[in-house]
Design a protein around this ligand. Structure first.
Ligand SMILES: [Zn+2]
Length: 287
C-alpha cells in the first residue's frame, strides 16, 4: 500500500541519510525501481512529472499501475507516489487520482502568491493523509519547459514557506536539472546551512541529483538534505544499455526483437543505477 513521504523523511533526517526519489516513465521504470527498493530493503519515492503523467495517459493510469504492481510483486517497503514539480491544477488532479504525495512548484510565482497557493494545498493534503513538498528559489535547468538559472533560495523565504505546514522543502542551492555544465560552480553549502538553521527539523530536498559528485551529496545530507531526486541518470543508463543491445545486433538474433528482451538490458541498467544511489544516500536497510 502506498504511504505518504512524511514519516520516511522525518526518519531520514533524524538518521542522517536520504531517501531517493526516482522518476518513472513507464512499466519497466516502475518495476525496476520497486524491485530494487525491495531487494535493498529501502524506502523509496516514485516521482511523476506532469509530462510523464500525460505520457502514461493520466494520473489514474499511474496509480492503477503502481498499486497493482506493488500487490503482484509483494512490495512491503514504504513507497510514496509523488507528483514532481506540480502546477496547482496538477496537484488537485493527483489528490483525486490517489497519489500519496505531491510537490507544488510555485517557485515561479512572486513569494506572496507561492505562499497563498501552498497554504491552500496544505489544507487539502491534510484531509487526504498525503504529504506536500514546496519549492522556494527556482532550480536551474529545464524541467518540462520551465527554465531556471540555478539560483540560491533566500533562507528567510524558506523559513516562511516551511512554517506553512508543508512536510518537506525544496530550495535552490545552485543545483540544476539535467546534465551539469562544465563551468558549474557546485552546491552552495553556505545557503544550505543557513536554510537548515532557520527551518530546523524540516526535511530538505535536493533536486537535480544527476552528476553531483558523491562527496557533495554526502555533505548535503549532513546539512539536512533528506530527499534526493534522480531522473536524468536513469534515463542515460537506460539509453546506453538499449543502444548497446541494438548496436550489437541482438534484436536481429533469434527472437531478440521481443520487447521483453529488447527492454531488459535498459531495465537492468536502471536497477544498477538505483542501487548505486540508494547505497550512496544511505537508505539501504532503512525500510
Ligand atoms: Zn526537480
Amino acid at each position: 500500500m502506498l504511504v505518504n513521504a512524511t514519516e520516511m523523511l522525518k526518519k531520514a533526517k533524524a538518521g542522517h541519510y536520504a531517501v531517493g526519489q526516482f522518476n518513472i516513465n513507464n512499466l519497466e521504470w516502475t518495476k525496476a525501481i520497486l524491485q530494487t527498493a525491495q531487494e535493498l530493503n529501502s524506502p523509496v519515492i516514485l516521482g511523476v512529472s506532469e509530462g510523464a503523467g500525460k505520457y502514461m495517459t493520466g494520473y489514474k493510469t499511474v496509480v492503477g499501475m503502481v498499486n497493482g504492481m506493488m500487490e503482484e510483486l509483494n512490495i512491503t517497503v514504504p513507497v510514496a507516489l509523488h507528483l514532481d514539480h506540480g502546477s496547482y491544477d496538477g496537484c488537485l488532479k493527483c489528490v483525486e487520482a490517489g497519489f500519496s504525495s505531491i510537490m507544488f512548484d510555485g517557485s515561479h510565482y512572486p513569494i506572496d502568491e507561492n505562499v497563498a497557493k501552498t497554504k491552500e494545498l496544505v489544507k487539502i493534503v491534510a484531509e487526504h493523509n498525503m504529504s506536500l513538498e514546496a519549492e522556494v528559489g527556482s532550480i536551474g535547468g529545464e524541467e518540462d519547459g520551465v527554465v531556471g538559472m540555478g539560483e540560491c533560495a533566500d533562507p528567510e523565504e524558506c523559513k516562511r514557506v516551511a512554517d506553512l505546514g508543508i512536510n518537506f522543502l525544496a530550495a535552490g542551492i545552485g543545483n540544476i536539472h539535467g546534465k551539469y555544465p562544465a563551468n558549474w560552480q557546485g552546491l552552495s553549502f553556505e545557503t544550505l546551512d543557513a536554510i537548515q538553521q532557520l527551518t530546523g527539523d524540516m526535511p530538505l530536498v535536493l533536486h537535480g541529483g544527476t552528476g553531483i559528485p558523491a562527496d557533495m551529496i554526502k555533505k548535503a545530507i549532513s546539512l539536512g538534505v533528506s530527499k534526493i531526486n534522480v531522473n536524468t541518470e536513469c534515463q542515460l543508463a537506460f539509453a546506453e544499455a538499449t543502444r548497446k543491445y541494438i548496436e550489437e545486433g541482438k534484436d536481429q538474433q533469434g527472437k531478440g526483437y521481443d520487447p521483453r528482451k529488447l527492454l531488459a538490458p535498459g531495465a537492468e541498467a536502471i536497477k544498477a543505477t538505483v542501487k548505486e544511489k540508494m547505497e550512496l544516500f544511505g537508505s539501504v536497510n532503512k525500510a
